[in-house]
Write a protein that binds this ligand. Structure first.
Ligand SMILES: NC(=O)c1ccc[n+]([C@@H]2O[C@H](COP(=O)([O-])OP(=O)(O)OC[C@H]3O[C@@H](n4cnc5c(N)ncnc54)[C@H](OP(=O)(O)O)[C@@H]3O)[C@@H](O)[C@H]2O)c1
Length: 329
């Protein structure tokens, strides 16, 4: 029997998502890894409880998170029944569709057929009547943009999602999306893109500013570059790490001598600032004012709690920003 921490809202920061009425926690929890069948269910449950107990009210899922695809939603569905039932309205739950989910011509991409069928399946796995946020997970160059966007509008009209988000859409398509959604009175709540010290494309390509100009928030995924921006790999590849147990997504080849030199230099800078590399990496993302939240992954409650320390990070000096940029250049 789970009893939520009564002081869970004391220390988390909540940031307004674009021009909307929604506040999101500075740190959100992602369910891509550690919530599938390869992870003991009690471990997943402990991570989700630790997050909620720390004021992390936003859980980020997708139809295909697992393994197997759908497993993460099934797990959260059980937790919503067992642990979080009295707290449903304290939670902001997102799911997505458009990546490969089931066999045949309707199991992927962003047609009306796929998006609506997939969301119905997600709601059933999650045991929810609606999600707070539904994303089109990727841009579909074959489906007319209007078909995808009108479907997102209709999903909100049907009460299956409260808000709409776009993830990994190229800049020009995202801009057309913001415009269409605004014109149809369902403004895009948020854009989800990869942003971390090693991948600053959303800053340089204008994605961050475009979202802000459209009144949408921005949420960063893989903020720790899947664990590279921590001390995890400084002394080899631990047996319980993502590289060791899930090399499909993070490969040992990523640990080149040049990459290890950069990680070590970042780790040294973080130590001079009196914090961990993970905390510094998260704080660096959050110091961009267009960013609403970062979606962290965690393989244990302890890891998640350690990452909360980024909320106490000292502000960056101009000299530190210059050093950071030189290290990752
Ligand atoms: N929209 C999209 O297309 C998309 C794509 C990718 C992800 N996402 C979302 O973003 C979420 C986060 O992605 P991510 O898991 O790649 O995020 P991440 O925060 O960059 O990486 C998380 C991993 O880093 C390691 N880690 C975390 N904190 C650590 C610490 N303090 N010390 C050492 N290692 C630490 C853990 O890996 P170990 O297993 O090694 O412990 C953890 O599972 C996903 O769950 C998903 O919700 C969205």
């Amino acid at each position: 029997m789970y009893t939520a921490n009564p002081t869970r809202y004391a220390d988390m920061q909540y940031r307004r998502c674009g021009l909307s009425g929604v506040l999101l926690p500075a740190l959100s929890l992602g369910f891509w890894h550690n919530f599938g069948q390869v992870t003991p269910e009690e471990q997943s449950r402990a991570i989700a409880r630790a997050a909620f107990d720390a004021g992390i009210t936003h859980f980020d899922l997708a139809n295909n998170y697992g393994p197997d695809p759908g497993a993460a939603e099934l797990r959260l569905g059980r937790m919503l029944q067992d642990d979080f039932k009295p707290h449903r309205d304290e939670l902001f739950i997102a799911t997505k569709a458009a990546y490969d989910m089931w066999d045949g011509p309707y199991g992927s991409w962003a047609s009306r057929k796929h998006l609506i069928a997939s969301l119905d399946q997600s709601l059933s796995r999650l045991r929810l009547n609606y999600v707070d946020l539904f994303y089109c997970h990727r841009y579909d160059p074959q489906t007319p943009l209007e078909e995808t966007l009108q479907t997102l509008v209709d999903i909100v009209r049907a009460g299956k999602a409260l808000y709409i988000g776009l993830s990994r859409w190229p800049l020009q398509a995202a801009k057309r999306g913001y415009e269409y959604l605004r014109q149809h009175d369902v403004p895009c709540l948020i854009y989800q893109g990869r942003l971390n010290l090693f991948d600053q494309a959303p800053i340089h390509e204008g994605t961050l500013n475009a979202a802000a100009n459209a009144g949408a928030g921005f949420i960063a995924f893989s903020p720790l570059a899947q664990g590279l921006l921590t001390d995890r790999y400084l002394n080899g590849i631990p047996a319980d790490s993502r590289i060791a147990h899930d090399p499909r997504f993070l490969k040992a080849e990523a640990l080149t001598p040049q990459m290890l030199t950069r990680i070590q230099a970042l780790n040294d800078l973080a130590a001079q600032r009196g914090e961990s590399l993970a905390a510094m990496a998260l704080a660096w993302i959050l110091h961009h004012q267009q960013v609403t939240s970062v979606i962290i992954g965690a393989s244990s409650p302890q890891q998640l709690r350690r990452n909360l320390s980024c909320l106490q990070s000292p502000p960056f000096t101009d000299e530190e920003i210059e050093r950071l940029n030189n290290i990752v250049a």
